[in-house]
Design a protein around this ligand. Structure first.
Ligand code: AMP
Ligand code: MG
Length: 394
C-alpha cells in the first residue's frame, strides 16, 4: 500500500497555482494576492484632528481656564490652507486638516463649546488629539504582501491606498460529483435500498471553507457512461474535480471503470483508515486535477482534509503540506489496524482528546460530533489511555 505522505506528495507535484488575474477589489474577497501592494501616499495623507474640538497653539492653553476667540471652523474635507495666529483658535472636526500654526486639539468636552469665544478648562499638550501624516502607512510602504488571503480588512486597505483593481489568484472552482445508484436527493422521499446523498453537500462546503468555490454537480448512478458525460459537461467550469464513490474493489465502480482507460488517473490503495481506495490524476484537454475519493462519507471527508485541502492551497499559490497537528493526551484506549495510519474522530478539549463513539467510516453523525482527528501511526495497533497522540484539529 502507498504511504499517505507519498500520495500527498504526488498530488502536490501535479497541481499548479492558478494564473493570476486582475479583478475589481469588490470581487477580491477570498482570493489570494498575487502582487505586493504599496501605498502611493502616506496615510493619513496630512496631519488631521482625531476629535471634534478646537485647534490651538498648545502654549496658549497651558494656563487654564482661558477664554480665546474662535476665528472659524475647519471641517473634514476642507483644503487645510488656513493658518492660525497666536492667541486664536478654530473649531475643528474629526478628520479635518490641522491648520498651519496649530499644534494641539482641545476636545470639545474640555470646553464650554463656544462658537465666537470658547472657554478652555484643561490644558492640551503639544500633539494632543492630532493624527500625524504617515503614522499608519508611509509613502511607498508595502501594506499587503503577495500570498495574503484577502478578507474584508484587506479589501479595506486596498481601497484605503487608492486601489480599484488588484492582481489575485482566484478562488479555484471545484466541481463535486457524487456517484451511487442508491443515492436520493435530500428533500425527496427515500426509496427502498436508498440513502440520502450527503457527500457532495459536505465536500462542496469543505471546498468553500478551504477558500475555493464549491459547485455541487449532484449525483449520478453507477453507469460509467452517465458519469463520463456529466464529468465532460462539468469540466468547462472546473479548476479541479472531486468525485465520491465508485472507486473500491466491487462491481459497479463507475468512476474507476470510466477513468481507468484514460491512463491519466491512478487508482491506488493508500495505507490509511478510513479512506483506503484513492484515485488522483488529470482529465480533459486542460488536464484538470481530479480527486476520486471513496464513497463512505467519513472516508471522503478525511480524504479531503488530507489530500484535497492542501492541493487547493497549492492552487492558490499558498504554501501547502500535510494538515497542522497538535499534541494531546488521549482519554481512553484506541485501536488501529497494523500497517495503516488511522484518523480517529475525536473531541479535542484543551490538551486532552476523547475518541467519539462510532468509528465506522459510514458513521457521519459521529463525524459531525467530532472536532478533531487522532492520528495513530502505521506501526501502532493500540494506544493506552493517557498516551500522547498527534491530533488534527478540524
Ligand atoms: P462506494 O465507494 O461507492 O462503494 O460507496 C461506499 C459507501 O458509501 C456505500 O455505503 C455508499 O452507499 C456510501 N456512499 C457513497 N456515496 C455517497 C454519498 N454521496 N452520500 C452518502 N453516502 C454515500
Ligand atoms: Mg458506489
Amino acid at each position: 500500500m502507498k504511504p499517505v505522505d507519498r500520495h500527498l506528495a504526488d498530488i502536490l507535484a501535479t497541481v499548479r497555482p492558478l494564473a493570476p488575474l486582475e479583478v475589481e477589489i469588490e470581487a477580491a474577497l477570498g482570493a489570494v494576492l498575487a502582487e505586493d501592494v504599496a501605498s502611493p501616499v502616506p496615510l493619513p495623507p496630512f496631519d488631521n484632528s482625531a476629535m471634534d474640538g478646537y485647534a490651538v497653539r498648545a502654549g496658549d492653553v497651558a494656563a487654564v481656564p482661558v477664554t480665546l476667540p474662535v476665528i472659524g471652523d475647519v471641517a473634514a474635507g476642507d483644503d487645510g490652507l488656513n493658518a492660525l495666529g497666536p492667541g486664536l483658535v478654530t473649531r475643528i472636526m474629526t478628520g479635518a486638516p490641522l491648520p498651519a500654526g496649530a499644534d494641539a486639539v482641545v476636545p470639545v468636552e474640555w470646553t464650554d463649546g463656544g462658537t465666537a469665544r470658547v472657554r478652555i478648562d484643561r490644558p492640551a499638550p503639544p500633539g494632543n488629539a492630532i493624527r500625524r501624516a504617515g503614522e499608519d502607512v508611509r509613502a511607498g510602504d508595502v501594506v499587503l504582501r503577495e500570498g495574503a488571503r484577502i478578507g474584508p480588512a484587506q479589501i479595506g486597505i486596498l481601497a484605503g491606498v487608492g486601489r480599484r483593481r488588484v492582481l489575485v489568484r482566484p478562488r479555484p472552482r471545484v466541481v463535486v460529483l457524487s456517484t451511487g445508484a442508491e443515492l436520493s436527493e435530500p428533500g425527496t422521499p427515500l426509496g427502498a435500498g436508498h440513502i440520502w446523498e450527503s457527500n457532495s453537500f459536505m465536500l462542496a462546503a469543505a471546498v468553500r471553507e478551504a477558500g475555493a468555490e464549491g459547485f455541487r454537480a449532484g449525483s449520478v448512478t453507477d453507469d460509467p457512461k452517465e458519469f463520463m458525460d456529466t464529468l465532460d459537461a462539468q469540466l468547462l467550469r472546473a479548476d479541479a474535480v472531486i468525485t465520491s464513490g465508485g472507486v473500491s474493489m466491487g462491481a459497479y465502480e463507475p468512476v474507476k471503470e470510466a477513468l481507468s482507460p484514460l491512463g491519466t488517473v491512478t487508482f491506488e490503495k493508500v495505507a490509511m483508515q478510513p479512506g483506503m481506495p484513492q484515485g488522483f490524476g488529470v482529465v480533459g484537454p486542460d488536464r484538470v486535477p481530479i480527486f476520486t475519493l471513496p464513497g463512505n462519507p467519513v472516508s471522503s471527508f478525511v480524504s479531503f482534509v488530507l489530500f484535497v485541502k492542501p492541493a487547493l492551497r497549492a492552487m492558490q499559490g499558498l504554501p501547502a503540506g500535510p494538515p497542522a497537528t497538535v499534541r494531546a493526551t488521549v482519554t481512553g484506549p484506541v485501536r488501529s489496524p497494523a500497517g495503516k495510519r488511522s484518523y480517529l474522530r475525536a473531541v479535542l478539549t484543551g490538551e486532552t482528546v476523547a475518541p467519539v463513539t462510532g468509528q465506522g467510516s459510514h458513521q457521519l453523525a459521529a463525524l459531525a460530533a467530532a472536532n478533531a482527528l487522532i492520528v495513530v501511526p502505521e506501526d501502532e495497533t493500540s494506544l493506552p489511555e493517557g498516551a500522547e497522540v498527534e491530533v488534527i484539529p478540524l
